[in-house]
Design a protein around this ligand. Structure first.
Ligand SMILES: CSCCC(=O)C(=O)O
Ligand SMILES: [Fe+2]
Length: 187
């Protein structure tokens, strides 16, 4: 099963709506991979014993794990947290999220600075590379339960845009130009 992702319209209606362009412009997982965004679909019911998940965690060194149940009863400062999640930012490290229940939107900037909306549902594991501008919102279902993975002690610090001088941002932009170089050489 492929991930659903699309280019966003420019309207400032409720962020929890899909915000498709007209006509719809879907984005493939290859296109996402070109931005350094990786994706797997796993069995969310089996997350405690799942060998596929174990393999990914081992291969990438994700020894840290916790669960984030995104509902007002379980999250302190719920509204403020959601507001911060939807403020465009980067991190110094990868952001790894595995959706166990519900759904939500991870928005990432493409090479031309346009927003791509990635619809993450139960079973979707995504990795956003360090330095990519992104944000998160719940969709109209208003609920998700996410697993957060990390290499070592987690650092969730968000650096709000602009961050052009942040080392992770510089490395990320450089990796994008290198990817373009490889694609051109292949032709
Ligand atoms: C709710 S997880 C996604 C939000 C985010 O970008 C973050 O936690 O940094
Ligand atoms: Fe983030």
């Amino acid at each position: 099963m492929a991930i659903e992702a699309w280019y966003m319209d420019e309207s400032d209606e409720d962020p929890r709506l899909p915000h498709h362009r007209h006509p719809k412009e879907f984005v493939s997982s290859d296109h996402l991979a070109g931005l350094g965004v990786l994706y797997w679909h796993l069995n969310p019911k089996d997350y405690e014993n799942d060998e596929e998940l174990q393999k990914i965690r081992q291969a990438r060194g994700y020894n840290y794990m916790d669960l984030l149940d995104l509902c007002p009863e379980k999250v302190q400062n719920y509204e403020e947290k959601l507001k911060n999640f939807y403020t465009e930012h980067i991190h110094a490290d990868e952001e790894i999220r595995y959706c166990l229940e519900g759904s939500g939107y991870f928005d990432v900037r493409d090479k031309d600075d346009d927003w791509i909306r990635i619809w993450v549902k139960a079973g979707d594991l995504i990795i956003l590379p360090a330095g990519i501008y992104h944000r998160f919102t719940l969709d109209t279902n208003n609920y998700t339960k996410l697993m957060r993975l990390f290499v070592g002690e987690p650092v969730w610090t968000a650096y709000n845009r602009p961050q052009e001088d942040h080392p992770a941002r510089k490395d990320y932009t450089k990796s994008l130009t290198e990817k373009v170089g490889v694609a051109l050489e292949a032709h």
